[in-house]
Design a protein around this ligand. Structure first.
Ligand SMILES: [Zn+2]
Length: 155
């Protein structure tokens, strides 16, 4: 009963709408967490369950209307997978460092990012991530603007 949206579904190409403050997002958030867990994902974005709004999850972290407010000039290469591209997602990978086999996609990312947004109770949040976690934040936020591994594959 997975609601996972798979490439090349056109919804993965769309720009998602900002969530209006104080909107109750618990249904979307709970579904994101459940689908992420079901598929052993490290992160997921709302359009991947067909909800065209700006919400991302990275492990147990939930960010509504995430914005990258700072990005290091230093870059790094990360091997990424994506739940919407099942061929890039071995089921039981524990973290990005294991994601080197087969059909993973090598992506150039800022080494460090700072992301502002809101938690599920609309409390402002600040999240810093580096290396794979920073890459994960950048990956999920790109989903909200219709950018996926399909774009990085071509680079
Ligand atoms: Zn993805």
């Amino acid at each position: 009963m997975s609601q996972l949206v798979l490439w090349p579904d056109p919804r993965l190409r769309e720009t998602c709408a900002e969530v209006r403050e104080d909107t109750d997002c618990s249904e979307i958030i709970d579904t994101l967490l459940a689908v992420q867990e079901e598929h052993h994902g490290l992160g997921i974005a709302a359009p991947q369950i067909g909800a065209m709004v700006r919400i991302i999850v990275v492990e147990d972290l939930i960010i509504i209307n995430p914005r990258i407010v700072k990005a290091s000039s230093q870059m790094c290469w990360v091997w990424e997978g994506c739940l919407s591209f099942p061929e890039t997602c071995p089921k039981y990978a524990q973290d990005m460092s294991m994601l080197r086999d087969g059909d993973r996609v090598r992506v150039r990312r800022h080494k460090r990012v700072k992301v502002e947004g809101f938690d599920r109770d609309w409390k402002p949040t600040v999240t810093k991530g580096c290396d794979w976690k920073g890459a994960c934040l950048q990956h999920e936020i790109e989903h909200l603007d219709g950018v996926t591994l399909a774009d990085h594959r071509r680079r």
